[in-house]
Design a protein around this ligand. Structure first.
Ligand code: PLP
Length: 374
């Protein structure tokens, strides 16, 4: 296989080898259905319980507040539709202009069936302001959903303050923490969120598995109707193998959080220093407080799409501003909301480093960009 420098870790990450080893027995040997009472399923049942406890510990939740889902998209859908069903599709939802399409397209559907959606504007750094939220809350608001960290520019939102503002009006608060879990310290009690979405493939776990945190006292409608799994709220036979791997990967990332953060911020500095040293004109997008390794760069006068393909030919994977959405080649809604001028928005790429990237990788990326611009 061709030697690749993979620098698109905000899109997905490499499965951790030990997490893969941890899940194998549950595919090949301990494959019993954990809903069955016989002893053949005993180890699977224990693994499910352990994984729930491990994940709960990583975000300072209670094990009974963790529900397994198929990933970030499902968890986001659950939060919004769960609240909507519970309120018979009456009322308002407040969100931001920079959410992932898992939120935005769910909002569109809920709007079609009668709910009102309010979209909060963001600053030029891609952050939601608390005063903006306060001005948009009213007696009809049932839910506020604001992402913890943006996937395109990495900006971290003032979630605790936003959640407090929602609670003052007795409104539930959900956060899409898909880009944040496993990459920064998460304490759901301190953040004061009622619900949170996470996805394993963003923190070196497998694709197609994630979790949903729901505070015990929060009552929303079930997402999947069927069997009694996940307290009857998310029916379907549990994917024990992937759940085990997810818990393993999250625990490992949380234990290595500080060293990963240090490493990734160092890679960012090496990249920017290299660009400056080679007189490459660029603008960095996003807030000072951001997810480690997420670097959105604009090169006005160039097309991000073209840069992506040229880098690809040189064996480097990055994404454009409109990442996770390769069929949609319009200017990214996030960069538009941040009021980036059109030339900068069109010339934007996102380089997202992961813990497996090295300084050598970054130097090769700088060299490749230097070749492209000279
Ligand atoms: N939310 C955000 C912020 C994301 O970045 C993504 C994935 O790109 C998702 C939701 C969807 O997650 P999943 O791929 O697990 O469905």
């Amino acid at each position: 296989m061709k030697e690749y420098i993979y620098a698109d870790n905000a899109a997905t990450t490499k499965l951790d080898k030990d997490a893969f080893e941890a899940m194998k027995p549950y595919l090949l040997e301990e494959y019993g259905n954990v809903s069955q009472p016989y002893s053949f399923s005993r180890n699977g049942k224990r693994a499910l319980k352990d994984a729930r406890e491990t994940i709960a510990r990583c975000i300072n939740a209670e094990p009974e507040e963790i529900f397994f889902t198929s990933g970030g998209t499902e968890s986001d859908n659950w939060a919004l539709k769960g609240v909507a069903f519970k309120n018979k599709f009456i009322g308002n939802i407040v969100t931001s202009e920079i959410e992932h399409h898992a939120i935005l397209n769910t909002c569109k559907i809920l709007n079609d069936v009668g709910m009102t959606i309010k979209y909060l504007a963001v600053t030029k750094n891609g952050q939601v302001e608390v005063k903006e939220l306060k001005e948009n809350l009213d007696s009809k608001t049932k839910l506020v959903t604001i992402m913890l960290a943006n996937n395109e520019v990495g900006s971290i939102q003032p979630i605790k303050e936003l959640a407090e503002a929602a609670h003052k009006r007795d409104v539930l608060f959900h956060t899409d923490a898909v880009q944040a879990v496993g990459h920064m310290k998460i304490d759901v009690k301190d953040l004061k969120v009622d619900m949170l979405s996470a996805s394993a493939h963003k923190f070196n776990g497998p694709k197609g598995i994630g979790f949903f945190y729901k505070k015990k006292k929060v009552q929303i409608a079930p997402y999947m109707n069927g069997g009694a799994q996940e307290k009857g709220l998310r029916a379907g036979t549990e994917n024990i193998a992937f759940i085990v791997a997810m818990a393993y990967a999250l625990k490992k990332n949380c234990e290595e959080l500080e060293q990963n953060e240090k490493h990734l911020f160092h890679l960012e500095r090496v990249l920017e220093h290299g660009l400056r040293e080679n007189n490459i004109v660029y603008q960095r997008n996003g807030a000072e407080v951001h997810i480690p390794g997420n670097v959105s760069l604009s090169f006005p006068g160039y097309e991000g799409e073209v840069l992506l393909h040229r880098l690809d030919l040189m064996g480097i994977s990055v994404s454009t501003g409109s990442a996770c959405d390769s069929v949609n080649t319009q200017i990214s809604h996030v960069l538009q909301a941040m009021k980036l001028d059109e030339a900068s928005a069109r010339g934007t790429i996102r380089i997202s480093f992961g813990k497996n990237n090295t300084v050598e990788d970054v130097k090769k990326i700088v060299l490749a960009l230097t070749k492209l611009f000279n």
